[in-house]
Every structure is written in structure tokens, then in C-alpha cells.
Design a protein. Structure first.
Length: 80
């Protein structure tokens, strides 16, 4: 379960609107420039930027800094 205190309020709302399965995949597949492969993000925070969620944290393998932008501003909300 996500620790809401680690997200800005706007980012927490956007992140919570994604399907749980999608959130798990997003967290498991973050590019690490040091490892040069897809890794899990740990110790992450989230903030909203231009309607998207920006996750910043550490690589689970090497501990280096990683970041992932989750594009939510382009999502269709017609069926919501």
C-alpha cells in the first residue's frame, strides 16, 4: 500500500486513480542509467507536474537515483 505522506496531495489523487495492477508494473519497471536496465524503484516520492505524476526514488539494485514520469494528463476521462 502506498504511503500517502510521500506524495503531494495532487500526485496522490492522480496515482490513486490508476489501476493497482498498473501501479505495480510502473514501480517494477523504471530505467536505471547506472544498471542500464529496467529495475524496481524503492524509497520513492511522487509529485504532480503538468498533470502527470513524477516518481523519484532509488534503484533497488544499485541504489542510484531513478525517476519515472507517469503520463496521466493525456488519459481520457470520458468513462469515469
Amino acid at each position: 500500500m502506498m504511503d500517502q505522506a510521500r506524495f503531494t496531495p495532487a500526485a496522490a489523487l492522480l496515482w490513486a486513480s490508476a489501476w493497482p495492477e498498473a501501479r505495480e508494473l510502473i514501480l517494477a519497471k523504471v530505467w536505471c542509467g547506472s544498471c542500464r536496465r529496467s529495475v524496481q524503484i524503492v524509497d520513492y516520492t511522487g509529485e504532480e507536474k503538468n498533470g502527470d505524476v513524477v516518481l523519484r526514488g532509488r534503484c533497488a539494485v544499485c541504489g542510484g537515483s531513478v525517476c519515472r514520469v507517469v503520463e496521466t494528463s493525456e488519459a481520457s476521462h470520458e468513462n469515469n
